[in-house]
Design a protein around this ligand. Structure first.
Ligand code: ATP
Ligand code: 3PG
Length: 404
């Protein structure tokens, strides 16, 4: 790996600025954190820094959103999960924060305020511009070393992500290291055949992933499910019914149909579509072949016969990379496809999952430990799989060149 890791550093007694991604679903009424998976995934890094003074930098949501909250509750949740005191200060780099940091002792953990409360942090800047921001200049003067563990934010070229590594000796945290090395294994040395299963609603991202992995020979086949499958079915000339066609228009994915067509013709036989779907008809589930989907009912899940065929392909794979559900799993009548595809995927030798919704379903099913890797990244994981270098990773590489 060309990025620094924790083992490269002597951290004893040092003040470490630790960037994490605790951005989580929050109940807007009570402010309660509804899912703390990201907190749990960062714990090994926080524990590995026990001889240092740990200053935690984190964000929650974005300006203008209902869940753009202060981080007191995040500090309390970290304290609870860590089993050690975590203090919190409602300041990022003002006098109060600076005094709190300078009075820390090794072993202590202090969480600063939501870094996106500072307007500069919400800018997209290249590393050179980011390093001149006030937030980066001030924060870098408050610590000795920068550790970036925020894989979920690694696709954002924002000041604390790409500017701090230009100003300080830096390293990846244990979660960042694990995410990058495991996801990189998908590209080289993954057991074959390699199957990508792309579902959910983010059609543009999924088409970009499919293009990358098919063009580069990373995937032997791509199975499409969910709304992604609906776009490919349209590309194949099927009428998927009015409600599902309208949804693709509303999501502004009509332009993706041409890209899907091109993939189908360039990679004939390697893009697998469901040949049968389940629709909501009245209150119930009805299944139809894809050439006879009724005009008035929405497609809600993969059909059970198509599911059997898809799962055979999954079971015969050495690697499965899965992102996004097969249907509207929130409704129990249409959860079967998502559940059964996840169950089959969990049994292959190398299984990697991305996507917040998908990870939450896996946790509910109690299948977490059956997968090789469940990424904490939504957008970051997808962008990685499209073959782009993530800004956070590029910045850590550059930092290693500058500071060793
Ligand atoms: N055929 C379908 N019609 C409409 N919605 C669908 C269909 N199939 C799946 N969905 C919806 O897709 C949503 C999840 O898709 P999304 O792409 O957001 O998943 P993810 O990548 O796992 O999650 P995240 O965006 O949190 O990282 C679910 O709410 C589900 O109801
Ligand atoms: O959840 C995420 O994808 C990260 O925390 C980044 O959040 P953002 O999409 O608001 O930049």
């Amino acid at each position: 790996m060309t990025i620094g890791t924790l083992t490269d550093l002597d951290l004893t007694g040092k003040t470490v600025l630790l960037r994490v991604d605790f951005n989580s679903p929050i109940d807007p009424a009570s402010g309660e954190i509804l899912d703390d998976k990201r907190f749990r995934e960062h714990l090994p890094t926080v524990r590995a820094l026990e001889d240092a003074k740990v200053v935690v930098l984190a964000h929650q949501s974005r300006p203008g959103k209902k869940d753009f909250t202060p981080l007191r509750g995040h500090a309390e949740r970290l304290e609870h999960l860590l089993g050690r005191p975590v203090s919190y200060i409602d300041d990022i780099f003002g006098r109060a924060a600076r005094n709190a940091v300078s009075s820390m002792r090794p072993g202590e953990v202090l969480m600063l305020e939501n870094v996106r409360f500072n307007a500069e942090e919400n800018l997209t800047l290249n590393p050179e511009a980011a390093k001149s921001t006030h937030i980066c200049r001030m924060l870098s003067s408050m610590g000795d070393i920068f550790v970036n563990d925020a894989f979920g934010t690694a696709h954002r070229s924002q000041p604390t992500v790409v500017g701090l590594p230009m100003l300080m000796r830096s390293a990846a945290g244990l979660l960042m290291e694990r995410e990058v090395s495991t996801l990189s294994r998908v590209f080289t040395g993954a057991p074959r055949p390699v199957t990508f299963v792309l579902g959910g609603t983010k059609v543009d991202d999924s088409v970009a992933v499919a293009e990358n992995v098919l063009e580069k020979g990373i995937a032997d086949r791509v199975i499409v499910i969910g709304v992604v499958a609906n776009v490919f079915l349209m590309a194949e000339g099927h009428d998927i019914g009015r409600p599902s066609t309208d949804l693709i228009g509303q999501l502004k994915y009509t332009g993706e149909i041409e890209r899907a067509k091109s993939l189908l013709s360039r990679f004939e036989g390697r893009v697998v579509l469901p040949d049968q779907v389940a629709v909501r008809e009245g209150d119930g589930r009805m299944e139809y072949a894809v050439d006879s989907i009724p005009a008035e009912f929405p497609v809600m899940d993969i059909g059970s016969e198509a599911l059997r065929r898809v799962n055979e392909a999954i079971r015969s794979s050495g690697t499965v990379v899965l992102n996004g559900p097969a249907g509207v799993f929130e409704d129990p009548a249409f959860a079967m496809g998502t559940h059964e595809i996840l169950r089959a995927s969990s049994k292959v030798p190398f299984s990697v999952v991305g996507g917040g919704h998908t990870a939450a379903v896996i946790e509910k099913m109690g299948l977490e430990s059956a997968f090789t890797h469940i990424s904490t990244g939504g957008g970051a994981c997808i962008e990685f799989l499209t073959g782009k270098k993530l800004p956070a990773v590029a910045a850590l590489e550059r930092s290693k060149e500058i500071y060793g």
